[in-house]
Design a protein around this ligand. Structure first.
Ligand code: ZN
Length: 319
């Protein structure tokens, strides 16, 4: 009798243990099941028959018009899909918001976007929302529009050149080489140069190490850093290299600066490229203000201040 009772007690203990064990493994098992389910609604996006991953730049377009190689999105077990094309500010490009009802099916959808004329060039975002039940998964891909597409605006040809140069040599990038993230830039007149996302080595920018500036700083038209940059912009806009023929050293020239002028000032230490002059303020592009070869398009200084340390100007009007 005692033996039987002990047997049942032991059996109960074992059963309880098993029950508890089941309890404790129940939740992770559910999670694993969920994870397995989530895997079934995975999808693949291809462009030009190549698989691309979210967050990657999948292509580029020269003219900012319709894509010639559309994205193909393969999905499984999804209810709806929505594809939107967003501009650089995160706004939906006019008319570029498409949805599909997939009815918990597997298959593929082809998408091609278009950027209307007059849009800014740059990186557009293709946002894919894939919904299964209550869950929506969002994936972003980048589409690069490389050519300046302001065909209607602006009408002024010099302003158009400024805009183009600003697009090709953007604010915040560095006019240098031999560092990380270097891109070769080919301008539409055949000129080539490089920009990067890394500042110049501060060491090579120090006065005593100045002879080593060639290691990372760029060179153009007989000048490194700010001078080479301003001369390069002028060469593109003028259609020829600025020469000594048009060098004006009289400081009063600071009062009559015009777009396209190359100004040397700060007692022969800095060079800027004039974009416009308004009410005594000179707006300019330059590089290396701050000694890292960083590119700026929003520089401004009063003509009065500029005159005080004026060295000379290459006049666009005397090109
Ligand atoms: Zn530099």
């Amino acid at each position: 009798m005692m033996k039987t009772r002990r047997f049942f007690r032991t059996l109960m203990a074992i059963l309880l243990l098993v029950a508890c064990f089941t309890c404790s493994v129940d939740l992770p098992l559910m999670r694993r099941a969920e994870a397995a389910a989530a895997k079934t609604d995975a999808y693949i996006v291809t462009w030009d028959n190549r698989t691309i991953r979210a967050g990657k730049t999948f292509g580029w377009s020269d003219n900012g018009q319709t894509y010639t190689s559309p994205l193909t999105i393969y999905y499984s077990n999804a209810d709806t899909m929505r594809v939107r094309l967003l501009n650089g500010r995160g706004k939906v490009v006019n008319g570029q918001d498409q949805s599909w009802n997939l009815s918990w099916a597997s298959g593929s959808v082809s998408w091609s976007g278009s950027v209307p004329k007059g849009s800014d060039p740059g990186t557009y975002k293709v946002r894919v929302d894939l919904t299964s039940g209550k869950r929506t998964r969002t994936f972003n891909f980048n589409w690069k529009v490389t050519k300046y597409v302001h065909t209607a605006l602006p009408t002024d040809s010099m302003q158009r050149k400024f805009n183009y140069l600003q697009y090709m040599l953007p604010q915040g990038k560095f006019w240098n080489h031999g560092v990380r993230g270097v891109t070769t830039i080919r301008l539409d007149n055949g000129m080539t140069t490089t920009i990067s996302s890394s500042r110049c080595n501060a060491w090579s920018h120090k006065k005593e190490n100045f002879r080593d500036r060639a290691a990372t700083c760029n060179y153009a038209n007989n000048g490194y850093q700010c001078h080479g940059f301003a001369m390069m912009l002028a060469t593109y806009v003028w259609g020829s290299e600025p020469t000594n023929r048009s060098k004006v050293t009289d400081p009063s020239a600071a009062d009559t600066l015009e777009p396209g002028d190359v100004v040397r000032f700060l007692k022969d230490k800095h060079t800027i490229f004039v974009l416009r002059v308004e009410k005594g303020t000179v707006y300019f592009a330059d590089c290396n203000w701050g000694q890292t070869c960083r590119i700026r398009w929003n520089g401004k200084i009063s003509a009065k201040k500029l005159k005080k340390t004026f060295s000379y100007v290459y006049k666009y009007s005397m090109r």
